[in-house]
Design a protein around this ligand. Structure first.
Ligand SMILES: Cc1ncc(COP(=O)(O)O)c(C=O)c1O
Length: 379
């Protein structure tokens, strides 16, 4: 009989002290009657801008809204935007909702992030810009090369930083590397507000536009000056965000410790390759991906779940261009993006979150080793 316990692949974390403080502040907000566009949203924006060292942070009700507002600001209507096929479907979908066409680019097999060489092959006179996604919390190591390429070709460069709160490259935070950063605070993310999002930018014109666009396109005199929507964050959401942000450095430190543990005990494991982090990058470890060699990922995931109660994930499979909707509406097909197709089907993400103790990490490593030896023996 296996000593089975349940290990989630991702789960939000709130310590008792934060829960009590959040509950107290929510109570005061409810009594005050100010539930949107109040001091907590402004405070959270100020703290987030300070944390990312950007001039502006604009709080929203989702990461998708952050992408959509920036794409509307850069006016992608009837133009093309290059996005990695390895991302959550929200990235290309945001381009479509702004009237643009997402063009999928392949990835670098070592980083799982967009491949700058494929980007260069895909630009044409219709290209308006590029979205880079810091996959799993690894800032795209070629970000400076992409930035220079965009500058030289008059293209915008947006960071989809939904995985990368607090990730750093060369002392600079994710969200402060290009024209604008889009963060998500979905419950699985490195920090959460339940639902929520944030734009970070040093572009004042983008910041002012985002403030209007999130509020039906209204200016401070309540006159509609552009097309907008209701993308505002509530005061309750901002209260949660403020406490999560205050703990973010601690969250990242803990995630890095778990990653180090996995690295130490899996480095020499047969059938597994680990992904390396360049020394100038601090990973945020939203996910801990490993690559399986010669063993079916789905069989390993099934055995871990079924026999050991361990949830795992993919990042991302299928890649966007192989989702049936894109295949039928954009004629994308297998063979279009060969590196993504070859690599992503073998990528398995191990549980990583604040609830993973050394003991749980050891249980994951031992269970994985058992599954691999069983499956490699054909059992
Ligand atoms: C890479 C990426 N982009 C965009 C999003 C969209 O964020 P949200 O769910 O907050 O709209 C997500 C979130 O799941 C994501 O992982």
């Amino acid at each position: 009989m296996l000593n089975q316990k349940r290990v989630f692949s991702a789960t939000p974390y709130f310590d008792e002290e934060s829960i009590n403080s959040i509950a107290g502040e929510i109570k005061s907000a409810l009594k005050s009657g100010i539930l949107t566009d109040g001091p907590h949203v402004k405070g959270f924006e100020k703290d987030f801008a300070q944390y990312t060292q950007t001039e502006h942070a604009i709080a929203l009700n989702s990461g998708t809204a952050a992408l959509e507002i920036m794409l509307r600001f850069f006016d992608v209507k009837d133009k093309e935007v290059i996005v990695p096929t390895n991302t959550f479907v929200a990235t290309p979908t945001a381009v479509l909702f702004c009237g643009g066409k997402p063009v999928f680019a392949d990835i670098n097999a070592e980083t799982l992030c967009i491949d700058p060489e494929d980007v260069k092959r895909k630009i044409n006179p219709k290209t308006a810009g590029i979205i880079v996604v810091h996959i799993a919390g690894l800032i795209c190591p070629e970000i400076n090369e992409l930035k220079k390429f965009c500058r030289d070709n008059s293209l915008f460069l947006i960071e989809d930083a939904a995985h990368a709160h607090g990730a750093v490259i060369d002392q600079k935070k994710a969200g402060n590397l290009c024209d604008g950063g889009a963060f998500s605070f979905y419950p699985t993310k490195v920090m959460t507000t339940g639902q929520g999002g944030m734009i970070t930018t040093n572009n004042s014109e983008l910041a002012v536009t985002a403030q209007k666009m999130r509020d039906h396109g209204l200016n401070p005199d309540r006159i509609m000056v552009m097309l907008g929507d209701n993308w505002c964050m509530s005061e309750i959401t901002a209260i949660i965000g403020k406490y999560q942000l205050a703990n973010l450095e601690n969250f990242i430190e803990k995630r890095n410790e778990i990653a180090k543990y996995y690295e130490r005990y899996l480095a020499k494991t047969k059938h597994i390759s680990l992904f390396q982090t360049p020394s100038n990058i601090r990973h945020s470890y939203y996910k801990y991906p490993i690559r399986l060699n010669g063993i079916d990922r789905n069989k390993v995931a099934f055995a871990l779940k079924n026999d050991f109660g361990i949830d795992t994930g993919s990042i991302y499979y299928p890649p966007c261009h192989l989702h049936p909707w894109y295949m039928s509406n954009f004629n994308t097909q297998e063979g279009d993006l060969p590196v993504s197709e070859a690599v992503l089907k073998d990528v398995l993400c191990l549980p990583i979150h604040l609830g993973i103790t050394n003991e749980t990490a050891a249980y994951v490593v031992d269970s994985l080793n058992t599954c691999l030896s069983r499956l490699s023996d054909g059992k």
